[in-house]
Design a protein around this ligand. Structure first.
Ligand code: FMN
Length: 204
């Protein structure tokens, strides 16, 4: 399938929404984690690490995911807010890359999302000291039981758990083509946040 530049939106977030909707429709129930995305971060010295998270919201500002602020990724983002997301949608043979700066979402947004989750997910998120060494699995299950008992009604969102938004400065749309002569269209933000986007093709 060819990627014609004339078919692409001027705003890459609008283009992302189109492709993401197509992938979601195609993935249906077959792909449980259709919103999985690889998040790459780097520490203060630039040493990288990557892991998968779930994309939970796409808004005008960028891509929102939720995690533990004290996890390895949280510590890296506190030291170095530059990060990248890579989506791979095999049935469409499409890759989307987004690079930019990450910031925490508003506390009210994290509260709303936290409390929209099933109680067991809230307990798991609140109990986990994500990325720390877990010497005994029972330490986790005991902490879940303790929180469950202490909060028979609403579980408060812990301060160390919430959302991040990656606001892209660069995005790339990749479409597979025959003989590895793939289409790549790259958008760069010109003139800082909220500025216009420039667009061009890259060699495959
Ligand atoms: C399909 C999938 C979805 C995941 N979604 C999340 C997520 O939304 N948030 C999260 O913190 N971890 C998620 N994880 C776990 C992370 O990949 C990772 O193990 C965890 O966040 C700790 O990463 P860190 O030590 O680099 O901070 C997911 C893993 C998989 C395989």
């Amino acid at each position: 399938m060819a990627l014609n530049e004339s078919d692409l939106c001027a705003d890459p977030m609008a283009q992302f929404r189109l492709w993401f909707a197509e992938w979601r429709k195609h993935a249906g129930d077959a792909e449980g984690e259709f919103n999985a995305v690889t998040l790459a971060t780097a520490d203060a010295k630039g040493k990288p690490s990557a892991r998968i998270v779930l994309l939970k919201e796409v808004d005008a500002g960028g891509f929102v995911f939720y995690t533990n602020y004290q996890s390895r990724k949280g510590a890296e983002l506190a030291a170095n807010p530059n990060a990248a997301l890579t989506f791979w949608w095999p049935a469409m043979e499409r890759q989307v890359r987004a690079e930019g700066v990450v910031a925490k979402v508003a506390a009210a947004q994290s509260d709303a999302y936290f409390h929209s989750r099933p109680r067991k997910s809230q307990l798991g998120a609140a109990a986990s000291q994500q990325s720390e060494t877990l010497t005994h699995y029972a330490a986790l299950t005991d902490e879940i039981a303790r929180l469950d008992k202490n909060h028979p009604q609403k579980i408060p969102r812990p301060q160390h758990w919430g959302g991040y938004r990656l606001t892209p400065k660069r995005m790339e749309f990749w479409q597979s083509r025959a003989n590895r002569l793939h289409d790549r269209v790259c958008y760069c933000r010109v003139g800082g946040e909220g500025g216009e986007w420039s667009r061009g093709r890259l060699w495959p």
